[in-house]
Ligand binder design. Structure first.
Ligand SMILES: Cc1cc2nc3c(=O)[nH]c(=O)nc-3n(C[C@H](O)[C@H](O)[C@H](O)COP(=O)(O)O)c2cc1C
Length: 356
């Protein structure tokens, strides 16, 4: 199959692959620009992006906003012609400020999940920045389209459908994830395409639907394109690249992980998450880890009762202290067996898809 380009309004990616945003600090300017230079869409994760700034603990919000602007500038410098997005978690306390900063820096697209990004169009309407929500059902896709149209006369520029095999936070209940068979990405894709069709017809706008969660090979990409997806979002595979912004210990944990090492964990975000089983995951299953310092990062977290601080756990992991950290990963991490380059990975994926 000849892979189509991915069109999101006037943005055209030659390869229909979005590298999924990965927080904290796993996808920053280095990874995002490398993907964009290969013709895909590179995505910086905005969540607690200021973790390397000197004033991160003292002045968390300012440190994050400054680091976000810097990472966007760096990515654009490294990939002047590429398409760069930012992933901003709806559950973040500083959501509006992060969005405004990204728009001011002329980011190409903002991708938002872990909640309904009710007011995203307020900040992007009238600019060149595209608004892309992440959903896990047709119902959520229709709800966002309806809400945005009514409130802001705006429709999503694209929609990412994330299924139950993704890494990080998941838009499914633990019961749904433990159900057999699990909800399938193929079915949810169909559901979302059907749910947004009336909006596309009534308002004469194409809303590309992009699938995420468990997409691993070029064959997977070809399959989802043939089912009506405009592209795919992939994250797990991009961790095991030289350009990924995480510490080498984080990447090695991916290479070493087996299928049975993948666990569903509880997160202070209020959604289940998928991670690699390690000493930290075993610990939080047994005891609460008291919060030493609160970054006040999440709308949903109460530091007095939270089982652990997710910011600290993710920062430990990305900085290489993996045994005391949370290593998010998709369900296919067991298949990762080496660290490669973004160039090699993208060309392998395209070759595999084109052979189908
Ligand atoms: C290490 C890691 C961190 C992630 N962090 C975020 C995040 O901050 N925000 C978000 O919307 N999705 C996050 N995700 C989900 C990815 O962007 C992506 O949609 C998903 O993992 C795709 O599935 P795959 O990993 O099987 O390719 C994360 C995934 C991983 C593996």
């Amino acid at each position: 199959m000849k892979l189509p380009t991915l069109k999101i309004g006037n943005l055209i990616a030659n390869i229909p692959i979005i590298q999924g945003g990965m927080g904290i600090g796993v996808s920053l300017s280095k990874l995002a620009s490398a993907v964009a230079n290969e013709g895909g869409i590179g995505v910086i994760s905005a969540v607690q992006i200021g973790f390397r700034e000197k004033d991160f603990e003292k002045n968390n919000k300012l440190a994050n906003l400054r680091a976000l602007a810097n990472e966007i500038r760096k990515a654009k410098e490294l990939s002047p012609k590429g398409i760069i997005g930012v992933n901003i978690l709806v559950a973040a306390n500083d959501y509006a400020e992060l969005v405004k900063t990204a728009v001011k820096e002329k980011i190409d697209l903002i991708i938002s999940g872990a909640g309904i990004p009710k007011d995203l169009p307020k900040y992007v309407k009238g600019t060149d920045t595209k608004a892309v929500p992440i959903v896990s059902s047709g119902k959520a896709a229709a709800l966002i389209a309806k809400l945005w149209k009514r409130r802001y006369d705006y429709l999503p520029d694209a929609i990412i459908v994330e299924g139950p095999e993704a890494g990080g936070h998941l838009g499914f209940s633990e019961e749904a994830l433990n159900k057999s068979p699990k909800p399938s990405l193929e079915n949810i894709l169909k559901e979302v395409i059907t749910a947004i069709k009336p909006f596309e017809d009534n308002y004469n706008k194409t809303i590309p639907v992009i699938v995420a969660g468990g997409v691993y090979s070029g064959e997977d990409i070809a399959k989802f394109i043939s089912l009506g997806a405009a592209g795919v979002q992939m994250a797990t595979r991009f961790v095991a690249t030289e350009e990924c912004d995480a510490h080498i210990n984080f990447k090695n944990a991916y290479v070493e992980a087996k299928e049975e090492d993948v666990k569903i964990i509880k997160s202070p975000v209020g959604m289940p998450g998928r991670a690699i089983k390690n000493a930290f995951v075993e610990k939080i299953e047994k005891i609460n880890i008291p919060v030493r310092y609160c970054y006040n990062c999440l709308k949903t977290c109460n530091p007095a009762t939270t089982p652990y601080c997710i910011s600290r756990a993710l920062i430990n992991a990305v900085e290489g202290n993996v045994e005391n950290g949370l290593i998010f990963a998709g369900s296919n991490v067991g298949l990762v067996d080496k660290i490669t380059t973004v160039k090699e990975l993208m060309s392998t994926l395209v070759d595999e898809a084109e052979k189908v």
